[in-house]
Write a new protein. Structure first.
Lengths: 516, 319, 294
């Protein structure tokens, strides 16, 4: 299914008017294989999640990004391996003073409905993110006081406090740009009629079954995309998804468990296996009950045998997590490495010192699918060995998130953390006292200042040092129990070319093509 | 004259069934109040804002008497409005419309297989009462009733889809994409589901056949020289058609339940997998819509079965 | 009145003797009872019989084939499958019994009243029964679980609610048959209250089909519990229910397909035992019924 004739006509008019300007300002994207890759084909993907919403501002989970990136683009794009900001819908940006960010926007971009992307459209999106009751990015944009369209293709952010991390934040969900005209037209229905500027246009969403996209003929980067369309087949169970690719019913399956490696190796499929910054921690509510005592939290950290966990859940192939960033990340801090080695005796001592010589009871929640159940069981058994008895309440993903973060009914949660584009934004989201992802609602002394310091310096090396101090505070206070980083493991038929995994662990298909 | 009686019967049946159907819809509507907590929160979704919850309360008139709410809801249903999913916003009615054919295809396939294999099996056993074949086939039937159909499905997937690649391991295709492909996708799920059906039909019919074969008039026919199989096919079939239809009605009900787990094993986008996902995610309108449709279909099937029974065996009509 | 021959039954015939005769003649019933008895014993003595704890993990022994150390192999966390199977028995049995108990408690009294009192009570109850029976059981159980919350007890209570109309219908039709018997008239002529009549002469005589149906529904409850645990709406980890074991085996099917068989066969064997017992009981009651018809 292609864009309607009206859509095409609308876009053509705009495209012709801006084509000349576009030629002058087009960013040169170094896609080396541009000439060699074939155009055409519909990529059939087995994807494990249903979108929570196709409205970029309202969606709540990391799994949404696979559905959003085909349709929407961000103001700031990101380098796949370092997550460093690079031009996206914005061509350049600068801080004339620490509390002002000026962004120049591309002038040749149209939304799928033919309306132009300009400063007013960008402002509309940011305002929505700041003010709408259902916005999921309010906390991300907390440093922004207001935004104005300071030129036809320019916006200016006025900040409450210096935040060097803002361009990085705008490369994440907060920077996804949707068509204001469509949002006005569809209202609440926009979540099922997403209109953006991306390489493909949305066609249909059949609940828990299929989400379809077809080529945007007027995409701003000439020659892209290669694929005529993408069909996401929602198959929750990764084993079933892998089987569907082996059987030829799908071309691509994402987010495989490392435990499936023997099957992939036997099948002859191509695959990518790479580190990502997505991490499995034991989230702690450190204002609640026994967890308010730092010794208990440290005991938990010592009680976990991360190597055994890795072996049990991932054949030992994931990277052990001591802090929030993997080794490949520029903000990785070696100072917190191995801070809490596996030491069940020490754990018991700490618990006894805290008054729990006879063990203690904690409640944990998490999702009900089999892979999550396996992770929960490993952790529960390891904690049992030091006298920590866990009562588990497995719920749907949404319910477990709500029960832990909003209703604060549980001491611990075991669920994946997808990460943020900017490291300061990551620490902010995880540990700042006002953040929705901080169940405790409190932060350690000095955390706020250290975080602000990391957001105030532009130089990467200096920022890394400042972030190292933040990491130290987090580790010293044992605010969570990091376990492993989730390697991104995708398998696909040999016909799929050009897929590039990234450190985010999110799926981008811009460079993918299909040999027939 | 026959038309008059036919209409008379139809009217009587509808009058008799109407309270059941109405009561069924009332139960389905009442599920809303089974959920602990505020019905408005159940309908708005737990992440909804206070304002949205209030909107929902006004929209559905949750402050009004239950009977009025029920009448409203029933009116909506009659117009095809089954509300929208709390998670995705997709209208429940259209979601059901997409998924129902997949489920119906599997259930129909299982029913057909059950009849095609179960009936001859029961006939063969009834013709050889007390023989080894009789005992063994009934033993197999007993096993068939006791086997978890989704476990059978797993073993079938393991052998046929993975080792031999004869049948697809997942998914479903619409009939519009080609009857052959659709049937290939339906084959394994239908077979897994039919084990129970074959066993049930074989057992019930064997008893029915054995009873008819023992009847006095059959002895007369044998004395006249008719072979047992001729007697069965010509005379007894009519008598067992009633038990057969009754079993089919019962099976239809049971199969709709069993197909749920089968759909999960095969990742088939049908009503069953829809209701499980909705229950796990507390997506109440979807659960309610799925239960309503399933109940409606089962009641309809039983209505047809009942009607056919009366046509085939007038004695029932007089009862 | 003609004299009833008193030498139909041996003078010292007791229930125990009758039972023994029955089991001797029906090997299927004997086998089923023996199996169920062994299962019950296993369930009660699980900690003594099982070689390992059901939750102890051994990361170095994941997904192993059967061996001397692990007779049925291990699951994906190195837990001994045989031990989990044994510890799963009490959980599965408890689940069936809970569902059937709920069904009986709700259904039998309702059926009794409807059958005995007749009139509008019967009309209303019959309509309600017919309505509830058009709900496919597991759909209703899932719906109720979705409403009440995930957990084994909630799920089996929901299943019990689904069973209640079947018990009610059976009890009702039996009550209607029995209420015209002579001994009921006798009780009424003594001035017994309706409640007393329902309880004393009627209930015991109406119970036979209910007993048969109980065994059949025990089998169904087992299958439903397995299904619910399989889709994640049943028992919470790390407790081993047979259905949950099947779900985990399915997740690892591509790597170790043998793990599917122990829990699947356990469910099959137990359901088969329940069904065989039910059929045998039905045959016994049929025979007894026919000989009572003077």
């Amino acid at each position: 299914m292609r864009l309607t004739e009206t859509q095409k006509a609308a876009i053509t008019r705009r495209a012709m008017m801006t084509a000349t300007l576009g030629a002058l300002t087009a960013a040169s994207v170094p896609y080396g294989a541009l000439a060699a890759q074939k155009r055409g084909g519909i990529l059939r993907i087995s994807y494990g999640f249903q979108p929570t919403s196709l409205d970029p501002t309202f969606g709540r989970q990391g799994g949404d990004f696979g559905f959003l990136y085909p349709v929407f683009e961000t103001l700031v794009d990101w380098e796949p391996q370092s997550l460093q900001p690079k031009p996206g819908l914005a061509t350049s940006w600068a801080f004339p003073d620490p509390k002002t960010l000026v962004m120049k926007l591309r002038e040749d971009v149209v939304f799928h409905d033919g309306t132009p992307f300009d400063g007013a459209a960008a402002k509309y999106n940011i305002d929505r993110g700041l003010n709408d009751a259902k916005s999921a990015v309010k906390a991300d944009l907390a440093s922004v006081e207001r935004v104005e369209a300071s030129g036809k293709h320019e916006i200016t952010f006025h900040l409450k406090r210096p935040n060097i991390a803002l361009p990085g934040i705008l490369s994440d969900r907060a920077g996804l740009m949707a068509s204001p005209a469509a949002m006005e037209k569809f209202g609440d229905g926009f979540a099922r009629n997403p209109i953006g500027t991306g390489p493909w246009a949305f066609v249909q969403w059949r609940d828990n079954e299929l989400v379809s996209y077809r080529r945007n003929d007027y995409y701003r980067i000439k020659g892209l995309p290669y694929l005529d369309g993408i069909d996401f087949h929602i198959i929750a169970d990764a084993n079933t998804g892998l089987r569907s690719v082996i059987a030829g019913e799908n071309d691509f399956v994402q987010s495989l468990s490392t435990a499936q490696k023997p099957v992939v190796d036997k099948s002859g499929l191509a695959y990518t296996f790479s580190t990502s910054q997505a991490m499995f921690p034991l989230w702690l509510n450190y204002a609640k009950g026994p967890l308010a005592d730092i010794r208990v939290r440290q005991a938990l950290n010592h009680a976990i045998d991360r190597d055994a966990y890795n072996k049990a859940t991932a054949l030992g192939l994931n990277e052990i997590a001591w802090g929030v960033f993997p080794k490949a990340h520029w903000a990785y801090s070696a100072g917190v490495d191995k801070a809490y080695l596996y030491n069940p005796d020490k754990a018991k001592q700490l618990l006894a010192a805290a008054g729990f010589a006879n063990g203690l009871d904690l409640s944990m929640t998490g999702p009900t699918d089999q892979r999550s159940t396996q992770r929960q069981e490993v952790v529960m058994e390891q904690l049992k060995a030091v006298g920590v008895r866990i009562k588990l309440t497995a719920l749907s993903v949404n319910d477990s998130i709500k029960a832990f973060f909003y209703d604060k009914q549980h001491d611990m949660l075991l669920i994946l953390w997808g990460g943020r584009a900017d490291p300061s934004a990551t620490y902010d989201a995880l540990f700042s006292k006002g953040s929705p992802f901080n169940a405790s609602g409190v932060e350690p002394d000095g955390f706020g200042d250290a975080l602000a310091a990391s957001q105030a310096v532009p130089d990467l090396k200096q920022r890394a040092a400042a972030l190292g101090k933040v990491a130290q505070i987090v580790s010293d206070n044992a605010l969570m129990v990091p376990l492993v980083f989730d390697a991104q493991y995708n398998a696909f038929t040999k016909a799929v070319q050009g897929f590039e995994p990234n450190l985010f662990g999110r799926m981008r298909l811009d460079t993918v093509s299909l040999e027939s | 004259m026959a038309l008059y009686w036919g209409l008379h019967w139809a009217l009587k049946r509808i009058l008799h069934l109407a309270p059941v159907a109405l009561l069924a819809t009332f139960f389905v509507f009442g599920m809303l109040y089974l959920v602990p907590g505020d019905p408005a929160v159940t309908l708005a979704g737990e992440n909804a804002s206070v304002q949205h919850i209030q909107e929902i309360r006004t929209l559905y008139g949750l402050d009004r008497p239950i009977v009025v709410q029920y009448a409203d809801w029933l009116g909506n249903v009659a117009h095809g409005n089954l509300s929208v999913s709390l998670l995705s916003g997709e209208p429940v009615a259209s979601e059901i419309a997409h998924r129902l054919p997949n489920t119906l295809l599997i259930v129909a396939g299982a029913l057909i297989l059950s009849i095609l294999i179960g009936v001859p099996l029961s006939v063969a056993a009834a013709l050889r009462p007390g023989s080894r074949f009789d005992h063994w086939s009934m033993a197999v039937a007993s096993t068939g009733v006791s086997v978890p159909s989704f476990w059978l499905a797993m073993t079938l997937v393991s052998f046929f889809a993975l080792d031999f690649h004869w049948f697809p391991a997942t998914g479903a295709t619409a009939l519009s994409d080609g009857v052959g492909e659709a049937l290939r996708h339906v084959a394994l799920p239908a077979v897994a589901l039919s084990a129970n059906g074959i066993a049930t039909i074989a057992r019930q019919l064997r008893t029915a056949f054995a009873d008819t074969l023992a009847a006095p008039y059959v002895r007369t026919l044998r004395a006249k020289g008719l072979s047992p199989s001729a007697i069965l096919w010509k005379h007894c079939l009519k008598n067992v058609s009633v038990p057969l239809l009754t079993v089919i009605g019962l099976l239809a009900n049971r199969l709709f339940g069993a197909t749920i787990v089968i759909e999960i094993v095969f990742a088939i986008p049908g009503i069953g997998s829809m209701v499980v996902n909705a229950a796990i995610n507390k997506d109440f309108p979807v659960v309610q819509g799925a239960v309503l449709v399933t109940v409606a279909i089962v009641i309809a099937i039983n209505l047809v079965v009942d009607g056919l029974c009366r046509v085939l065996d007038p004695r029932i009509a007089r009862a | 009145m003609t004299a009833i021959s008193v030498d139909i039954l041996p003078p010292t015939d007791t229930a125990l003797r009758r039972a023994r005769r029955w089991l001797k003649s029906d090997w299927r019933a004997a086998a089923a009872l023996a199996y169920l008895g062994a299962l019950l014993l296993l369930a009660l003595l699980a900690p003594l019989i099982a070689p390992y704890s059901p939750t102890t993990q051994d990361i170095n022994a994941m997904l192993q084939d059967p061996s001397a150390a692990h007779w049925l192999g291990t699951d994906d966390l190195g837990r001994d499958t045989l031990s989990r199977l044994i510890y799963g028995a009490p959980i599965s049995l408890f689940a069936c019994l809970l569902a059937v108990a709920v069904g009986l408690t709700l259904g039998v009294p309702v059926g009794l009243c409807a059958g005995y009192l007749g009139g509008w009570v019967d009309a209303v109850v019959s309509r309600v029964i017919e309505t509830m029976m058009s709900f496919p059981g597991i759909v209703l159980a899932i719906g109720v679980t979705g409403a009440l919350g995930i957990g084994l007890i909630n799920a089996m209570i929901a299943v019990g609610i689904v069973f209640a109309p079947e018990f009610a219908r059976l009890t009702r039709s039996q009550t209607m048959l029995v209420r015209h018997e002579l001994y009921v008239d006798a009780a009424r002529s003594f001035g017994a209250s309706p409640a007393r009549i329902m309880l004393r002469p009627i209930l015991p005589n109406a119970l036979q089909p209910v007993v048969v149906q109980t065994t059949i529904l025990l089998a169904i409850a087992l299958l439903v519990e397995a299904s619910l645990s399989f889709v994640g709406l049943g028992i919470q980890p790390p407790y081993p229910s047979w259905g949950a074991m099947l779900a985990r085996a399915y997740a690892n099917m591509d790597i170790a397909s043998a793990q599917m068989y122990p829990p699947g066969l356990a469910i099959l064997a137990t359901a088969l035992a329940f069904n065989a017992l039910g059929e045998s009981l039905r045959a016994v009651f049929d025979r007894a019924g026919r000989s009572d018809a003077v």
